[in-house]
Ligand binder design. Sequence first.
Ligand SMILES: *Cc1c(COP(=O)(O)O)cnc(C)c1O
Length: 469
Amino acid sequence: MKYISTRGGGTPQTFTGILLGGLAPDGGLYLPEQAPRFSAGDLAAMRGMQYRDLAFTILSKFADDIPAADFRKLVDRTYTKEAFHSDDITPLKTLEPGVHILCLSNGPTLAFKDVAMQLLGNLFEYVLAQKGEELNILGATSGDTGSAAEYAMRGKKGIRVFMLSPHGRMSAFQQAQMYSLPDANIFNIAVRGVFDECQDIVKAVSNDAGFKAKHRIGTVNSINWARVAAQVVYYFKGYFAATKNNDEQVSFSVPSGNFGNIYAGHMARQMGLPIKRLVLATNENNVLDEFFRTGRYRVRASNEVHQTSSPSMDISKASNFERFIFDLVGAKPARVRELWQQVDRDGIFDLNGTSDLAGLAQYGFVSGTSNHANRLDTIRRVWKDYGVMIDTHTADGVKVGLEHREAGVPLICLETALPAKFAETIREALGRDPERPAGFENIEKLPQRVEVMDADAAAVKRFVEAHSG
Ligand SMILES: *Cc1c(COP(=O)(O)O)cnc(C)c1O
């Protein structure tokens, strides 16, 4: 399996060749030259598999340059009952016949990002050891990504994490999750500023090619191909759990921000999984809903981004979207380059009146938007009708998913976080505190380690220099 850039530059790369990097050198995103396909016979064999076997079967198609015996060990070490609280890893919960929640948030940080990030931690450690290299991961977070990255990389040989977060702007629970990690290779930097300033610092440091090379700076953002690939697995798991045989179709509803999670669903569908619809749910930041309804992709200025009660979906543009557009325009890099030149210049592209838009229907996407009031309603309704407590992001997905429900087609709503992470909105909706999983009861009382700094790239560089050995 070789990987190419959506913008057509460079030579095809291997899986381990693109694992540690971010964007392709031409500014595009890597994707497989061709999606691997599972035949009806393959799917029949996969139906009875446990999560670990399923993950190995699917992911070895993508990671075919890692020796199978080694890769098997990495997968087995990642998807354990200890880390995810059941051998199912992503169990299916049925609300009523034909409506299900796929529980993706039983990993160490209580959000779906753990499913991919935990694998990434083991893959990075393995590949760095093979190359005899080290990596200093520099990232910015407003919550979920940073903690998932830290819990994936903690204690890993050859890896340090420097994670910037906006000082005093995350929930007490989120701060405690990150800042209480005792591992010597994890460094939390609280920046006096907002999330965008954290992200600007990461960009400024990464744009200093000399510094980046000297200190072996890397990232773990959502465009990383291995993260996307790891997310493909649970679409298969959810499908098999919700159906009795492989002639049935299902639809998935996906709370979306950067288009990473739902793109994995698109990939699963391309690989032969019988998915009818991919229901894309956004919050008030409805860049993607707008595209699927109107054919116009208009990125937002940062002052147009709403701060919402499903904060992990508060985006101005969707960083993985370019991969889908590559497929939509018929795998033509020149067309992708042209569209992103328009985005860079005008902040928008419009596919109306083009042949590209005509092909959209075949991919099965439908979409919708949810707002704060919808979120509260949905949390209340699911609690009252089914006795199940869902978080704010999952609620966006359930709300939009039910709007697109079709008779005879099971609907699987992806749970992207647990309610414990968003206590304030749960109290507003239900008048009570969310349940907290065992081990998290007193997390805010643990000692915390964090370096508070001004929003100054030079200061961050000095800190990395002093601590990257
Ligand atoms: C990251 C995140 C999302 C959005 O996922 P994308 O892959 O960016 O579309 C949704 N919900 C939660 C809780 C998240 O952490």
